[in-house]
Structures are given as C-alpha cells and as structure tokens.
Design a protein around this ligand. Sequence first.
Ligand code: ATR
Length: 278
Amino acid sequence: MSDVSPPLAAVIGWPIGHTKSPVLFRYWLDRYGINGHYIPIGLRPESFESGLGSLANLGFQGVNVTIPFKEKVLAIAHSVSDRAALIGAANVLSFKPGGTIFADNTDGYGFSENVRQQQPDWDPKAGPAVVLGAGGAARAVVSALLKEGVPEILIANRTRQRAQNLADANGARVSVIDWNSAGIAAKEARFIVNTTSLGMTGQPPLPVSIEAASGQTVVAEIVYSPLETPLLKQAKAHGLRTVDGLGMLLHQAVPCFHQWFGVRPDVDAELRKLVLGE
Ligand code: ATR
C-alpha cells in the first residue's frame, strides 16, 4: 500500500450550498481516472484564517474561494498574482511548501476562454466593448478584455461612481457612460457583456435595449441561470452572436484543476450538460 495520500482540494465559502465546483471537479477526476478528492467546505467567517491553516496542515493542495472571502483572502496571502491584485480579489489559493499561501484569480481567464470557445471568430481588436455593471465580476471582465487587446471599454453601471472607480483603476482605454445610455453606445460596440445579476432567475431583466447594435456585435453574459437570459434572447432575435455565462464558471476551474491534479482538463458538452442539470 502506498503511503502517499491522494491529492486533496476544496472550495471554501459561507454559505457553501450553492456551489457547483464539486460537480465539475469530480467529473474531471472521474474522467481522467485520478485518485483525488475535491470537497465543499462551509467555513464560518470567524474561523476563516484558522480553517485555512488547518487545510494547509492537512495536506490540501489548495482551495477555490467563493463568497464572502474573495476579497478578504488577499490580506492573508503571502503572495498575490498581478491579475488578482489588479482585480482586487482571488478565486484560488495554493498552499506552497513551507506554509505559504499564493492567491490568484482565474475568473478573467475563464471569461476569455469561454468567449474564445463559443465565438472563435471574435476579434477583440475590432472595436469598443460595452460592459454593463461595475461589481466584482466586472473587474475580472474588464481586465480580461484589456488583456485581449480591446481598444476601448465603456462601462455603464446603475451607480455611476462605482463605474468611475473601475475606469480610474484601469487607465485611458476605459471610460464611463451613463447607465441610461448603454443602449445608444451599443451601436458602436463590437462586444457587449452583462456582468450584473439582472436577468438571473428571480431578478428583473436587464433594462438595456441592444436594438441599435450592428450585426458584427458579440453579446455575452456571465449569468448562466437561466442559460438563455432575456439579453441573449434579445441578441439572438437580432441575429447577433452570443456567449452564455456557463463556460466562464467551467473555464476558470481549468488552471486550478491542472495545478492541483496534474492534468489540463477539457470543457466539453457533457460537462456543460452535467453542471446545468444540477
Ligand atoms: P459581483 O461580485 O457578482 O459582480 P456585486 O459586486 O454586488 O456582485 O455587483 C453587482 C452588479 O450588479 C453591480 O454592478 C450592481 O450595480 P450597482 O453598483 O449600482 O449596485 C448591479 N446590479 C444589481 N442589481 C441591480 C439592479 N436592480 N439594477 C441595476 N444594476 C444592478
């Protein structure tokens, strides 16, 4: 019998019941025949630091981090990747030998990979992007679009100051437009993305018309429940290319799985079906 324990990883959050991460990690472990484990752990905020220390001591490779810890983890990590520092949040922590914790953010990567997989012909450099929303998800999306080479990003958010803060943090290629003008800006946009929670099951639809958008515009979502949001329905009715939000969730996990379990996993139709069915 081997004395080497199988690799372990987890997702931590509070509450943790909503997370879909274990479904996708277990699918990949199974598919690649890896003897490893990935578990959801509800960690009370008051036990956050001690809980993380225990996981590191128990030999966990690392953890995914979800609400409400994504920002808080930056303060306790010993090192932080540039992209996590820029976004101001981490979705993954790796426990390194010697007890150090490395924080990274793969949400922007997940966003870009998802767009690339669903719309391989999208040319980021073709024209401006309109980003709807200015919360945590918007920070990851803006950094991803900048990295892809989008020439200009216009942010529209209900609370204008939040959009301004995001623009200020990202330099001259990013500016703010009025929440009520987002539909007008859609005319020039080559890419439109909703990063707000509007359109999600139980939430009102996004009050933005994309009727003015040209046929070359790609319309993307980060909401994946429902998979076809009112925004995506509207886009399809206008003959626009669309990107649903499910793939961002799946692709952000790819580098985490690779790092912890040694295989770079595929995001395929079967995985999408499995996660949607949950
Ligand atoms: P996340 O980390 O998921 O992005 P968040 O930081 O709470 O969550 O951001 C939620 C985003 O949805 C924000 O852009 C928010 O707008 P405000 O900054 O004005 O709050 C947007 N949002 C949520 N509910 C909204 C609503 N009813 N109308 C317009 N925007 C809404």
